[in-house]
Design a protein around this ligand. Sequence first.
Ligand code: MV4
Length: 515
Amino acid sequence: MKPAPPSPPFKKVLIANRGEIAVRVIRACRELGIGSVAIFSDVDRNSLHVRYADEAYPCGPAPARESYLNVNRILAIARESGAEAIHPGYGFLSENAKFAQRCTDAGVVFIGPRPDTIEAMGDKVVSRRRMAEAGVPIVPGSMEKLTDDAARSFAMEIGLPVIVKASAGGGGKGMRLVQEEAELEQAIKRARSEAGSSFGDDSIYVEKFVEKPRHIEIQILGDQHGNVIHLFERECSIQRRHQKLIEEAPANRFPPALREEMGQAAVAAAKAVSYEGAGTCEFLVDQHFNFYFLEMNTRIQVEHPVTEMVTNVDLVKTGIRIAAGEPIGFSQQDLGINGWAIECRIYAEDPEQNFRPSPGEILVYRPPGGPGVRNDAGVYPGAEVSVYYDPLISKLICWGRDRSEAIARMRRALKEFVVKGIKTSIPFHRIVMENPSFVEGHFDTGFIENEILPSSAGTLPPDEEERRVGVMLAAIAAYKRDRDCAARSQPLRSRSAPGQSWRYFGRRGQMRGPH
Ligand code: MV4
């Protein structure tokens, strides 16, 4: 006998996002029997998420503030389409407490935490206070927003080095490292002015600088019935200028007792703010395995798949069920870590040109497959990568029974992966997968800056595929020029000169000067 299908938590959900995460949410909806409503800006009419959704509505011109951030338009589309809930994905409106409230006011379920949770965690000084009250270890630092004078004296009191941070910040914006007293004055001024212009809130606070930290975060789930669980850690130390490049689960050199302790701290953190849905507690872990709460991300994250691969939990589907009022449905004891997963973020960027955006038409797209390989992409052959949005085009996730099998699969998958027409970070990832420190699992947040950018001799390894596909590309390009008579007035795309050194741009200090 066929089992009765479980009733869907919603009939229809609007996805207020684009690209790979919109596709990911549409997939979750389809598996749950939920109808999906996509929105698209003028330049996204032909994007993958529009093709995958059951329905799609235009939401405005290309600039995000006129389309994917256009709250009135999005709520009007929800009403018109009959969507009962809105999934914000990440970025855009995902951590906007006012938007979450507007949804509720309009009678639409916001798939994510309560507005007051988002608001409290969006203010880093408030979040530090709430976490300290809940017994979660935080980085030593000020517990309130400081005037310039107070910041100066506080910094000298706890002792240099310190970081001056924007209270409204997060993700590295509005942050200044101070190692010498002579730098303090200017660091405070700059952090404040950057905070003001970036967030419309120039309040700052001061933290003791944690040297050579690892960035380790704990995935959490909370429901409307007060249940909170954690789904272990992800290691996200491999990043460049606060843009994550590679994530993995579990973390390297990570004692089970620390996993237990940080998991419990994250659960306490989530309980303290009545967390509902999928969220993440970010921690810094120093070389002596001390850990410090950094911030809480009140959204589904880019790197959630590595946790899904090792826990066998679908975080997006669970988040949707929770928003409909269902309980999490399993307990901490049901969870374990099975194997190892690594994610490489594939950006439309040229690693040989200081990771400069590389927009354009994807002429050839051949994603990898086979055992243990998952590719969450937002593109297809012929798709156009626009300059208007985040350049992430796909996430390549490889699973193995252990880390070395995951790495072997990632190397194999990166070799199979062919993208032509635009530059991508694929060749960069091939280098990292061969790096001895990476392979050993011995690295911190300085890895890219100290280990990869200085040593790469300026050019990427020759790509066997490059030449063969080059011939094909030339043929396709010639065909297109012939076909598109109207395009004759356009200049031919100039080819970037090979052999540019990564080092040239790569060695700038992470936290000095404007980003
Ligand atoms: C820090 C830190 C060291 N000490 N805070 C960067 C992003 C933002 N979320 C917080 N960040 C940091 N805060 C103290 N007190 C070092 C960083 C940091 C970092 C953190 C996570 C991942 C990568 C990083 C790269 C450079 C600096």
